[in-house]
Design a protein. Structure first.
Lengths: 102, 279
């Protein structure tokens, strides 16, 4: 083991060790007036609204989840009481991409 | 035990940042978070490189813990305030770890780094220097740490609380959804475990839910609060968060954290594993 359950750095390209053929990736960017927002919180909620994961956006405003196939909700939290939900569908072998404007 | 014995809020931290005898400690897995900014005066503990044995899968030993705290400038009678990212998972893990080695005067910043950030409070890059101390730790308190054989023995006898997400519990995922899913261990959960994801004990801003809400949460999921309880997750840090809720907030007397958790249990030969929803 030793790697924790914490989120890794949120990079624009998939980590080299990841084989997309086996993953259902949800990836997005948080923007404010077109500019990326770093340090926002992206939460992944499953089809029943249950919390599944949370990451902090990178300097490029990026967040990424390795989900299971199906419907998910992305909730973005940011200072000033911002909380925005977006719906997304994930499939194995694909990157479901979205942009969240706050 | 009251909540104020184990938790402080961000206003309290703001007001006591400069108090002598109060040491703020940020605990993260991603240590670059600290470098980008931390609460003024906070020292850093790196979950991976400073709390874990570099070779074996185990904690640093008593001497290692003493050296670590001495170098961080933490004294035996200091009030340690822990906080961190990931909804305080690693801070809760460190809290449990401080208790394991006998440091009694330790509290968590409720909501951790997230709440502090969402409230737009000050973060600085300056790293404080604290004079070295001669910290003396106690032997590990195994009343709060469970090992694998105890977990197998607890099947059908004690409460087993699996705090991973429902998809990890049922065997659909092997790791949290922000991590790649290819792992060596088998998927599933310990038979008779109840699935109460750690996140149900927390609000969106990372603060803990009220005692009444917590009690209702565990009871409704079938946890008998009068019985001994073992909490586990994948590697033991999310379950530290739940251990904190059960042992420190609700004040249950016999609650252990199984830090081996699923990465150990799911790799054991011959132990029972259940798939799907809780039976």
């Amino acid at each position: 083991m030793s790697d924790g359950c914490g989120a890794p750095a949120q990079t624009a390209s998939l980590p080299a060790t990841v084989d997309l053929a086996n993953e259902a990736v949800i990836q997005g960017t948080v923007v404010r007036e077109g500019a990326p927002v770093s340090g926002a919180y992206a939460r992944l909620l499953d089809a029943t609204g249950e919390f599944t994961g949370e990451v902090v956006t990178s300097d490029e405003g990026i967040f990424r989840f390795f989900a299971a196939p199906g419907d998910w909700t992305i909730r973005v939290l940011a200072p000033g009481g911002v909380s925005i939900d977006s719906q997304v569908t994930a499939q194995v072998g694909e990157i479901a991409a979205l942009e969240v404007a706050i | 035990m009251s909540r104020s014995d184990v938790l402080v809020d961000s206003d309290w931290v703001q007001a006591h940042l400069d108090d002598p005898g109060v040491v703020l400690v940020e605990v993260d897995e991603d240590t670059s978070a600290y470098e980008k900014g931390h609460i003024r005066g906070a020292v850093r503990i790196d979950w991976k490189t400073e709390l874990q044995d570099p070779v074996r899968r185990d904690f640093v030993d008593k001497t290692g813990f003493e050296n670590l705290l001495s170098e961080k400038g933490i004294a035996n009678d200091d009030l340690v305030i822990l906080y961190g990212g990931n909804n305080n998972w690693f801070a809760a893990y460190a809290y449990w770890y401080f208790k394991l080695y006998g440091h009694q005067n330790v509290k968590l910043l409720d909501g951790g780094r997230k709440k502090w950030e969402l409230e737009s409070r000050e973060l600085v890059e300056a790293v404080p220097s604290r004079p070295k101390t001669n910290y003396v730790a106690q032997e590990q308190d195994h009343a709060i740490r469970a090992f694998r054989d105890e977990v197998v023995d607890a099947i059908g006898a004690k409460n087993l609380v699996d705090v991973r997400s429902p998809d990890e519990f049922s065997g659909k995922l092997l790791a949290p959804a922000h991590l790649p899913q290819e792992q060596a261990q088998k998927a599933g959960h310990v038979p008779t475990a109840r699935n109460i994801p750690w996140s149900k004990a927390a609000n969106d801003d990372g603060t803990f839910k009220s005692d009444d809400e917590l009690k209702k949460l565990y009871e409704e999921a079938g946890v008998d609060l009068s019985k001994p309880t073992i909490a586990y997750c994948r590697i033991g840090e999310r379950s530290s968060h739940t251990w904190f809720a059960l042992h420190e907030l609700l004040g249950l007397s016999d609650v252990k954290n199984y830090d081996g958790s699923w990465t150990e249990y799911g790799s054991l030969i011959g132990v029972p594993i259940e798939l799907g929803d809780a039976k």
